[in-house]
Design a protein around this ligand. Structure first.
Ligand SMILES: Nc1ncnc2c1ncn2[C@@H]1O[C@H](COP(=O)(O)OP(=O)(O)OP(=O)(O)O)[C@@H](O)[C@H]1O
Ligand SMILES: [Mg+2]
Length: 220
């Protein structure tokens, strides 16, 4: 398999360089890999993930994701919408919309007709075990259910890479297992590259490869 992510000498600082969130990192990740990024709080995991997903730009270094060089000054909106599915710790769903509407948000920037949009979102919600909740308001759902909606939303545009930042951080162990099993199943059945950030060893050990981060550097 070819490399889908390469980072060379990537550095990201805050507070005028006083905080080195990510410090000279080199990483390559192969297409279809399931990778976990583990490390203590403040070690730079989220910063790393956000740069892979082009939500944040490095101060120095070079990042290439899915054949695209992530360069300063580019509009990377389209790249993100087409290639990346994000899952956040607090799922970032919009409370005033229904389950289905939330899942369809990333599709609006794509040119997809609404019939195909609905078909795809209903398929995904079925896959996530939420078929009977599609028209409910988000606020009616449990934490675990919301996180499954967030996964469906991450998948809606068939991204090649899923980036999950502490996807089970706000869940109890039962819901956490459910979400993790779904992510595992997803990686197996649909050709995606999956990267999970966690500080939980058990979660990290599910992956095929573990990248350890400490003080903004890779230990592995
Ligand atoms: N916007 C920001 N402004 C200033 N400092 C920041 C900012 N974002 C992150 N940092 C700092 O950069 C370092 C790395 O943060 P990051 O969020 O990447 O850590 P993390 O490994 O994801 O931690 P956690 O496990 O707590 O989520 C920390 O010291 C943090 O305080
Ligand atoms: Mg974090």
């Amino acid at each position: 398999m070819s490399d889908i992510i390469t980072m060379n000498g990537v550095t990201k600082t805050y507070e005028n360089g006083n905080i080195k969130a990510v410090n000279g990192v080199d990483i390559t990740i192969k297409e279809g890999d399931f990778v976990s990024i583990i490390g203590p709080s403040g070690s730079g995991k989220s910063t790393l993930l956000n740069m892979i997903g082009a939500l944040d730009k490095p101060d120095y270094g070079h990042i290439k994701v899915a054949n695209q060089d992530l360069l300063e000054g580019q509009n990377l909106h389209k790249f993100r919408a087409q290639k990346i599915g994000f899952i956040f710790q607090l799922h970032n769903l919009i409370p005033t919309l229904t389950v289905r509407e939330n899942v369809e948000i990333p599709m609006y920037s794509q040119k997809i007709n609404s019939k195909n949009m609905t078909k795809r979102s209903l398929e995904l919600l079925d896959y996530m075990g939420l078929k009977n909740r599609t028209d409910n308001n988000i606020t009616k759902l449990s934490g675990g259910e919301r996180q499954r909606v967030a996964i469906a939303r991450a998948l809606i545009n068939k991204p090649s890479i899923i980036l999950a930042d502490e996807p089970t951080g706000s869940l109890d162990s039962e819901n956490s297992d459910k979400v993790l099993n779904l992510l595992k199943k997803l990686h197996k059945e649909q050709d995606v590259t999956l990267i999970i950030v966690t500080h939980d060893n058990e979660v990290a050990n599910m992956a095929e490869r573990i990248i350890k981060v400490k003080d903004g550097k890779i230990e592995e």
